[in-house]
Design a protein around this ligand. Structure first.
Ligand code: G6P
Length: 490
């Protein structure tokens, strides 16, 4: 709740992006649109339920906006200079941490300039949070762009209860230890009371990094921090002993919102229209991803092309629709990925397409949720073949949409969703033969088996929705709040 006198909030979310992005049209007129990625989808309903403040960037460099209210949320823009966007966002966040945390699928860049900008921008976010959080309030810091914020914020505001959630994987120590600033990152995170991860394995990797860097023991997901300056711990970590908990809290989606959309006749009509526009094929396969090298889009295309080459699939009755939404387009690795993918699409279509039918229907756009739901409804087979993915909410969105208990989900075991969605056809996307077998099984699966699998998947997603995720996290965080007597004694 807001204290109107000085605009302080009991509940504050800190994320790299605001839930809306500022877009400026060619004629210079500004407007707001939902910002990309799973984080916003996951947190928006939480924010609506708890009147609170959300601190983040508008997505535009050098954009100095006043705080404003939108859809029951108080939004506090953090301005980033063009240089900060280049070095902190495109650089350290998306050219160092992103590839490193996704198992070095692409080579991370270790640059001291990137690091310095990351420290400076994390401080900017920490100061913004310190300025709006009410006394004893709760601050929930999100994702890999802001790993130093928990510690910086604790130093500024020791009265706060601080949670951190890492939406992407946390790598094994053998990889994490490449990072020249590994110690600073772990110290940054340990400023939180509760650190949430997507998978049990991610929490395990983080705890191992703590043990290796600080030469301490951890037990049952807990790190016992001694008071200031003892042992190998940093001086300003805390003025009293503290317990930090690291656990997995698999994120989910607003499943009810998807169910509500499927019930809309216009959405169903659109699904039928999509099938018709594609030439009424027997099988529609679908991939929906940000255009990112972690998503295994090339592996999916390779398997599909081989099935066409071997005559096991035929473009006369099958089509693969690939939605690749534009992402991080100024980062070199993303630019070359786009070139590679578009070259592959051209080759596959040139080789196997006919006048009447393309093999791959490739769309480099983002679409509104209604259109996505219509596509999910139309898709007989959903292909999620990520090489590494924190969760992959698209897999859950597909399942939530299939109120008809139909459709087959092919899901990479390297996506966090695989820990929960066990009735999907689980694949190792590096194993092209295995991927081809799974795609064929999906195409030929009986209606009875499709129904049995989808029912079980839907049960999981409908029960474990995003509301449950945030409640689980925030309840666990509240349980760690020091009692008044402990505070007084400190
Ligand atoms: C992933 C990350 C989010 C990020 C999103 C979109 O889902 O976990 O933190 O916002 O990708 O990426 P972008 O770089 O456009 O914010």
């Amino acid at each position: 709740m807001a204290d109107t006198e000085d605009e302080r909030y009991d509940f504050v979310v800190v994320a790299n992006r605001l839930p809306v992005d500022r877009v400026v049209a060619h004629d210079g007129s500004p407007s707001w649109k939902p910002s990309p990625g799973g984080l916003v989808t996951a947190l928006e309903p939480v924010m609506r339920a708890n009147t609170g403040a959300w601190i983040g960037w508008t997505g535009v460099a050098d954009d100095h906006q006043e705080p404003f209210d939108a859809d029951g949320m108080h939004l506090v823009p953090v301005p980033l200079s063009a240089e900060a966007v280049e070095l902190y966002y495109e650089g350290f966040s998306n050219d160092t941490i992103w590839p490193l945390y996704h198992d070095v699928i692409a080579q991370p860049t270790y640059s001291r300039r990137f690091w310095e900008a990351y420290v400076a921008v994390n401080r900017q976010f920490a100061e913004a949070a310190a300025a709006v959080a009410a006394e004893g309030g709760t601050v929930w810091v999100q994702d890999y762009q802001l790993q130093l914020v928990p510690r910086m914020l604790r130093e500024l505001r020791p009265d706060l209860v601080i949670g951190f959630f890492n939406h992407i994987p946390f790598p094994a120590y053998g990889l994490f230890s490449q990072l020249p600033w590994r110690r600073e990152i772990v110290e940054g995170l340990l400023g939180a009371d509760l650190i949430g991860f997507q998978r049990r394995a991610d929490a395990g990797n983080f705890l191992r990094a703590v043990r290796r860097i600080f030469h301490v023991q951890t037990a049952r997901g807990q790190v016992e921090l001694p008071a200031a300056g003892q042992g190998s711990w940093p001086n300003s970590m805390s003025d009293r002993p503290r317990t930090v908990v690291a656990r997995h809290f698999p994120i989910s989606i607003d499943a009810k919102a998807y169910v509500a959309l499927v019930e809309r006749q216009d959405v169903r009509d659109r699904a039928a229209q999509i099938r018709h526009d594609l030439g009424d094929p027997t099988t529609i396969m679908l991939g929906v991803d940000r255009l990112d090298y972690t998503k295994g889009i090339q592996h999916r295309f390779a398997a599909y092309a081989e099935l066409l080459a071997e005559g096991k699939l035929d473009v006369d009755d099958t089509v693969l629709v690939q939605i690749a939404s534009p992402s991080r387009e100024r980062v070199e690795t993303y630019k070359s990925l786009r070139d590679e993918i578009e070259l592959t699409v051209g080759r596959v279509n040139g080789e196997y397409g006919t006048i009447a039918h393309s093999a791959i229907n490739y769309l480099h756009h983002g679409y509104p949720r209604e259109e996505m739901v219509a596509l999910f409804l139309a898709a007989d087979v959903m292909l999620v073949t990520a090489l590494r993915d924190g969760m992959n909410l698209v897999a859950k969105e597909y399942v939530a949409t299939r109120a008809d208990d139909d459709g087959v989900l092919v899901l990479s075991e390297f996506a966090g969703a695989a820990d929960e969605l066990k009735q999907a056809l689980l694949v190792n996307p590096h194993d092209i033969e295995g991927l081809k077998r799974a795609m064929l099984s999906a195409v030929h699966m009986s209606r009875a088996e499709r129904r049995t699998r989808m029912r079980a998947l839907r049960h999981r997603v409908l029960v474990h929705d995003v509301e449950r995720w945030s409640k689980d996290f925030l309840d666990a965080l509240a349980a760690l709040r020091p009692t008044e007597s402990a505070r007084a004694a400190a």
